[in-house]
Design a protein around this ligand. Structure first.
Ligand code: OSB
Ligand code: MG
Length: 370
């Protein structure tokens, strides 16, 4: 398969409400959409990068730059047999995983369409539906947080994830347990806000029967997490620390975590996401699909990867309306039943592109030809 043309579109859309984490506050989603062309077919990808390099080292401008200078020319330089070839072609370049994943995702969608398969089918997915949870940002007060949790429980989300940071941790988690009881599937995500000096406070979280604590310690650490995991009953889930299958192997060997959050962008694309999924499966480590406040194309990619069998914990891929009044796919991604999304069976990502919404949100558009 020869890729004949690639288009990049930078878009910016408002979030329904600001999303705060220990890294900062987001009010808009800014991302780069990628279209890869072969004959009459077009495949779609979406960069999941944030507009400032607080989660990883990339931002929207570096993704555009890496795509234009290195990745698109390289993709044009030879034919590919299978999307797995793209990961190999890009492997000489260090990091920049979200740039690689945006283009690689478009090639996967294109490949699935050319072969008349759904993206889930092309990836080897086995689920026809996926269970999903919700990620709740840091709220101004515990009161406000309880209101939001109540709404999301009512909506039927299968997992309630709450962002924590120093000064907003034990008290909100205790309040949620007191108000909604022990059966709510609850977890906390610290986005690297703590160190081992906080171990006593982190051990207090053990009282709340959390499904897991996500990335409590440094973004680049697996050693201290192993120390912490030995002291905690609650499973640790790694997010920021895992960029490759090798990272996952080492973290599992060290006992740094018992669960891994897979984000396609963070690990450099669908091929590498699948590799980490397969490795974790062979080691008995369950995985779930994380989110980066994706618009519809990124969300559709998440649904496809989450249809693989070891994605056995509900992920963060909520319906479009969780974040957006209008999405770039149509129809809006929505629940088939409370807390459940259907895995599309139509070719490729299985959602139509809302071109009018993209035009409204467009900041920049450029085409590249082989
Ligand atoms: O750590 O999982 C995270 C959003 C932006 C950056 C990092 C994270 C998140 C989320 C939101 O938790 C998940 C989502 O709903 O997309
Ligand atoms: Mg996280």
């Amino acid at each position: 398969m020869k890729i004949e043309r690639v288009d990049l579109q930078r878009i910016k859309i408002p979030l329904n409400s600001p999303f705060e984490t220990s890294m900062g506050v987001e009010t808009h989603k800014e991302c780069i959409l990628v279209r890869a062309y072969h004959g009459p077919h077009v495949g779609f990808g979406e960069s999941v990068v944030m507009d400032v390099p607080v989660y990883n080292e990339e931002d929207v401008d570096t993704v555009w730059y890496m795509l234009e200078k290195y990745l698109i020319p390289q993709l044009f330089s030879r034919e590919i047999e299978h999307p797995d070839d793209v990961s190999r072609m890009f492997s000489w370049m260090r990091r920049n995983h979200m740039a690689k994943a945006a283009l690689e995702g478009a090639v996967w969608d294109l490949y699935a369409r050319v072969n008349g398969m759904s993206l889930s089918q092309a990836l080897g997915g086995t689920r026809s539906t996926i269970d999903v949870g919700v990620s709740i940002g840091i709220e101004p007060t515990v009161e406000k947080l309880l209101e939001r949790v109540e709404g999301f429980i009512r909506d039927g989300y299968k997992k309630i994830k709450v962002k924590i940071k120093p000064g907003f941790d034990v008290e909100p988690m205790r309040a949620i347990r007191q108000k909604f009881g022990p059966d709510v599937p609850l977890m906390a995500d610290a986005n690297s806000a703590y160190t081992l000096q906080d171990i006593d406070m982190l051990k207090e979280l053990d009282d709340f029967g959390l499904i897991m604590i996500e990335q409590p310690l440094a973004h680049d650490d697996i050693i201290d997490h192993a120390t912490l995991q030995r002291e905690l009953k609650t499973p640790i889930c790694l997010d920021e620390s895992i960029h490759t299958a090798e990272d996952a192997r080492k973290a599992i060997e060290l006992g740094s975590c018992r669960i891994i959050n897979i984000k396609v962008g963070r690990v450099g694309g669908l091929t590498d996401a699948k590799k980490i999924h397969d490795l974790c499966q062979s080691k008995g480590i369950p995985v779930w699909c994380g989110g980066m406040l994706e618009a519809g194309i990124g969300r559709a990619h998440n649904i496809a990867i989450a249809s693989l069998s070891n994605f056995s914990i509900p992920g963060d891929t909520s319906p479009s309306h969780r974040y957006f009044a209008e999405d770039i796919v149509t129809p809006l991604i929505d629940f088939a039943a409370p807390g459940v999304l259907d895995v599309p069976t139509a070719p490729g990502i299985g959602f139509a592109i809302n071109e009018a919404a993209i035009r409204d949100a467009l900041v920049e558009h450029k085409s590249y030809f082989a």
